[in-house]
Design a protein around this ligand. Structure first.
Ligand code: AMP
Length: 209
């Protein structure tokens, strides 16, 4: 299946996308993860993207579209994928149409104050990109990744003021995609409050999977 995960920052897109990808046996394609990897590796793309990411702004469409197109051309993505964090603008969505067909768009929604709480508690592994939460999904050993043992960090763009800016960016530039995909009959709304497993089940139901 070719699925897009849509939702504001803090709705749990990444966590649910990883679970869904495992369940369906398709790759999890996170544009945020690819960009962060480029920043860490100090590539040209990373250098160009860094200042936007730090400020909680969107990286320009042309850069992200080219990067995502290259990832979707890879062999493992031919059998399907879970797209997490792309598209984030209407021009990205129209570019995506020229690249591949989409089967469904899962739209996660949550109360705005819950979004802030979720994001400020998030911790990630800088080595393997695993995601934790200090309250709802803590690692077994405090501050250490369960999978690879690396020290967990807070994303610089998960500080409260940056998060509020990212939520605004989402409302202005990304939320129009809800209407865009609804019109195409692809939208599946899923309430994203509750336990990770409960939300996963809601997503499977919404997809009829
Ligand atoms: P995420 O991990 O999806 O929250 O993405 C982290 C940051 O990477 C975002 O706040 C943006 O600065 C950038 N980013 C990720 N995906 C995109 C995209 N599709 N378009 C523009 N910027 C993106």
């Amino acid at each position: 299946m070719r699925i897009i995960m849509l939702g504001p920052p803090g709705a749990g897109k990444g966590t649910q996308a990883v679970r869904l990808a495992q369940r369906l046996g398709v790759p999890h394609v996170s544009t945020g993860d690819i960009l962060r990897r480029n920043v860490a590796d100090r590539t040209k793309l990373g250098e160009l993207a860094q200042s936007y990411m730090k400020a909680g702004k969107l990286v320009p469409d042309d850069l992200v579209i080219e990067m995502t197109a290259a990832r979707l051309r890879e062999r493992d993505a031919q059998k399907g994928f879970i797209l997490d964090g792309f598209p984030r603008t209407i021009p990205q969505a129209t570019a995506l149409e020229g690249l591949t067909r989409i089967d469904a768009v899962v739209s996660l929604f949550l109360d705005p104050e819950d979004l802030v709480k979720r994001s400020t508690g998030r911790r990630i592994c800088p080595n393997c990109a695993a995601v934790y939460h200090v309250h709802t999904n803590p690692p077994k050993k405090e501050g250490r990744c369960d999978k690879c043992g690396s020290g967990l960090v807070q994303r610089p763009d998960d500080k409260e003021d940056v998060i509020r800016g990212r939520i605004r960016t989402y409302e202005e530039q990304t939320s129009p995609l809800i209407g865009y995909y609804k019109e195409k009959g692809l939208l599946r709304d899923v309430y994203a409050s509750g336990l990770i497993e409960e939300i996963h089940q809601r997503i499977l139901e919404a997809l009829g999977a």
